[in-house]
Ligand binder design. Structure first.
Ligand SMILES: Nc1nc2c(ncn2[C@@H]2O[C@H](COP(=O)(O)OP(=O)(O)OP(=O)(O)O)[C@@H](O)[C@H]2O)c(=O)[nH]1
Ligand SMILES: [Mg+2]
Length: 696
């Protein structure tokens, strides 16, 4: 096994819109590097990186999978990220960990809306980027249109290095304007024959070459001087200039390929080797001297291995046998890295050491999981945790078999550990298990895993909404609690007035105030208790018991059993018995007096209203407005945001089910959706009956 110094390590993330061909390219590269003897396919479920059962079953990537290529003098670590934007949490891990992002563009579709969404993250992190135009062998592939759609988006920072001679089924020749040669592939792809550029393409190739040289020169003063002097650059000067441009996020080289036919992948690897930056060529890089600090970017559970933590060495050199302190887990446990591995899908190769910048994996750590930093001396620099996207869809989890509840909770926690953008929570108020995720595909994939890997059958439904109740006018209640059975009896009588409570309300009129208290209710809102007893008809020591009874009564409101909130009670009359009165008796009296009063106080149902911020392209604006209104929502404002419009809306939570999925379909995947709780508002009178009869 080779050990690589840091200069010869390259990390790339393969990302792109759904089904652009990331996994097929990873497979082709793996094959080219000689690590596999047969090319696997998506159709046969035989690729190295889509090895999870769920990925084979659905024919899509679900997880980011690392593989490595021993390629001449270099080691290229490839992170094959999923394309579907439901799995953007995984894709973000890959972009963050790799130095260079290879953004794949499908030559049949050109720039897709989800490519643009992905670009926002890549651009924000200012990553070095290579643009790979794939599927040029496809009968519907269109090079010119694809390039135009890209150029409209990336502008002058995009730098085509290649040109396909044929496009479609005949695709087998690529002109390389950096090296000024033509590559001709055999039908099975692989290593091409190098030929002179045909006469009819010479002019175009020369023009492209000139742009490449000028671009390379413009990134560095010494190179610019060299260029002005000799009107050209050597190949190594060209590489140097392009590398600087990539590191500065200023030059995005474009390559041509057919991953499926393995044409163009070798050239891309050669470029990555010599031009794409190594971890230590990036600004603020760390050295591989000294004890190691690592960052865990992913945790997985594999059928035969158990828990696997995937990490990047941030600084120093990690050796098999090292013990590392976890910075993030409470108590800073020491974890033992007895064996360390390079991973290729599910296959692992033990290694003796990994230097700064390299990627590896470790089994059986006790407490460590994704987003943890560990270091040998416990002092290494801690990396900020990855920010995963907010939930776009929240569902209630229903167990098909009631006995499975607990097992399902355990399984959901594990799914969340593997994929932090699939979130599990238990809502104790409504007694429901909830999952938050990125969309229907995300949900479907995790349902499949629960059923097939955990043997747990679940359904997903609309979550119960946290309704509240309150009152709209004042009313009086009176109750006498009296019990005479054998020995000591029970006696307590309470008269109270209830009224709607609001911030800063004046003291009640017509009563003499003897005590006042505003309590926070456990389910939100207030209960104000005013003691207005005159003549000592009820002892002050019983007021807390009355309050207890009232709070108990407030747990279930009269309309549909939701908690009551924001009420003032004025206890103004009642009776005591010198022997039989006690706390229990007054609690009971308070409970019933309150219930009686509330019935007359015109109770109302309150529902949570969400502030929902929607970002959509112009073309979808009409559909989105109609959709918002049909969900009892209101649009409060609209402002332009780049090419899109940002709408600020208020929508009842009960009406937001499936909205983000719906919006994405209007906007062909390109809708932004952010939702947060705003306030409670009364449910319109005509809807109260239907909500109460739903029982939730
Ligand atoms: N014609 C043609 N088909 C391709 C090419 N590359 C990939 N495909 C096909 O496109 C489909 C998707 O390929 P994948 O490699 O799974 O694409 P991906 O980008 O990894 O997809 P996800 O990660 O699931 O989003 C498969 O049917 C591939 O056979 C190509 O270069 N040419
Ligand atoms: Mg894939």
């Amino acid at each position: 096994m080779n050990t690589y110094d840091e200069k010869h390590i390259k990390n790339i993330a393969l990302v792109g819109a759904s089904k652009s061909g990331m996994t097929t390219l990873a497979e082709a590269m793996h094959f080219e590097a000689g690590q596999i003897s047969r090319l696997g396919t998506i159709e046969a479920g035989s690729t190295v990186s889509d090895y999870h059962d769920v990925e084979k079953e659905k024919g899509i990537s679900v997880y980011t999978t690392p593989l490595h290529l021993d390629w001449r003098y270099f080691k290229i670590n490839v992170l094959d990220a999923p394309g579907a934007d439901d799995f953007v949490g995984e894709t973000l891990k890959a972009i963050r960990i790799a130095e260079t992002t290879v953004l794949m563009i499908n030559a049949v579709k050109g720039m897709e809306v989800s490519t643009e969404a992905l670009w926002q993250s890549i651009d924000q992190m200012r990553k070095p980027v290579v643009l790979a135009v794939n599927q040029l062998d496809h009968p519907q592939a269109n090079w010119k249109d694809t390039l135009n759609s890209m150029s409209a988006f990336f502008g002058v920072r995009m730098l085509p290095l290649q040109l396909p001679v044929q496009v479609g089924e005949d695709f087998h020749e690529i002109i390389d304007a950096l090296k000024m040669v033509m590559y001709r592939f055999k039908p099975e792809g692989g290593k091409p024959e190098k030929l002179p550029i045909p006469e009819e393409y010479m002019q175009e190739a020369e023009e492209m070459h000139k742009v490449i040289v000028e671009t390379a020169a413009s990134n560095d003063e010494a190179l610019l001087d060299a260029y002005l002097e000799k009107d050209n650059l050597t190949e190594s000067e060209l590489r140097e200039g392009l590398k600087i441009g990539m590191i500065n996020h200023e030059v995005f080289p474009v390559f041509c390929m057919s991953a499926k036919n393995n044409m163009g992948s070798g050239r891309l690897m050669g470029f990555i080797d010599y031009v794409a930056p190594s971890p230590i060529e990036m600004p603020h890089h760390a050295s591989s001297e000294g004890p190691a600090t690592i960052y865990v970017y992913k945790t997985g559970y594999e059928p035969n291995l158990g828990k696997v933590n995937y990490f990047k060495v941030i600084s120093g050199t990690l050796k098999a046998g090292d013990k590392l302190v976890n910075h993030n887990v409470r108590g800073n446990p020491v974890e033992s890295f007895g064996q360390i591995f390079m991973m290729d899908g599910k296959n692992r190769t033990p290694v003796e050491l990994l230097k700064a910048g390299d990627l590896g994996a470790v089994l059986k750590l006790k407490e460590t999981h994704h987003d943890n930093t560990l270091s040998v001396n416990g002092k290494g620099e801690e990396l900020p945790t990855t920010e995963y996207p907010e939930d776009r869809l929240v569902k209630k989890v229903l167990a098909a078999h009631q006995n499975d509840q607990e097992k399902i909770a355990v399984a959901l926690k594990r799914l969340e550990e593997q994929d932090p953008s699939f979130r599990y929570s238990f809502d104790s108020e409504q007694g429901q298990m909830l999952v938050g995720c990125q969309g229907e595909i995300h949900l479907d994939v995790n349902r499949w895993i629960l059923e097939n890997e955990f043997n747990l059958k679940v359904e997903f439904g609309a979550p119960k909404i946290a309704y509240r109740e309150s009152i709209t006018r004042s009313a009086i209640g009176n109750y006498r609690h009296k019990k005479q059975s054998g020995g000591a009896g029970q006696f307590g009588e309470v008269k109270m007035k209830v009224e709607p409570w609001f911030e800063g309300m004046p003291p009640p009129e017509g009563f003499s105030l003897r005590g006042q208290e505003i309590a926070n209710l456990p389910w939100g809102g207030k209960l104000e208790v005013i003691n207005a007893i005159v003549g000592g008809v009820i002892d002050t020591r019983f007021i807390p018991s009355i309050k207890k009874g009232v709070i108990e009564a407030m747990e279930k409101g009269p309309i549909q059993g939701s908690p009551l909130r924001d009420v003032r009670i004025v206890i103004f009359d009642g009776k005591m018995h010198p022997v039989d009165s006690n706390d229990m008796a007054f609690k009971m009296a308070g409970f019933h007096a309150f219930r009686e009063a509330v019935k007359d106080a015109k109770p109302m149902l309150l529902e949570p209203i969400m502030e929902v911020i929607i970002t959509v392209p112009e073309s979808a604006l009409g559909d989105v407005m109609t959709e918002v209104q049909s969900r009892r929502g209101i649009v409060l404002g609209m402002e332009p945001q780049g090419k899109n419009h940002k709408l600020t809306t208020n929508i009842p939570k009960a009406e937001t089910m499936g909205l983000s999925t719906e919006l994405r379909s209007f906007a062909h995947g390109q809708a932004g959706y952010q939702s947060s709780f705003l306030e409670l508002r009364p449910v319109p009178q005509n809807l109260v009956a239907s909500i109460s009869s739903n029982g939730s």
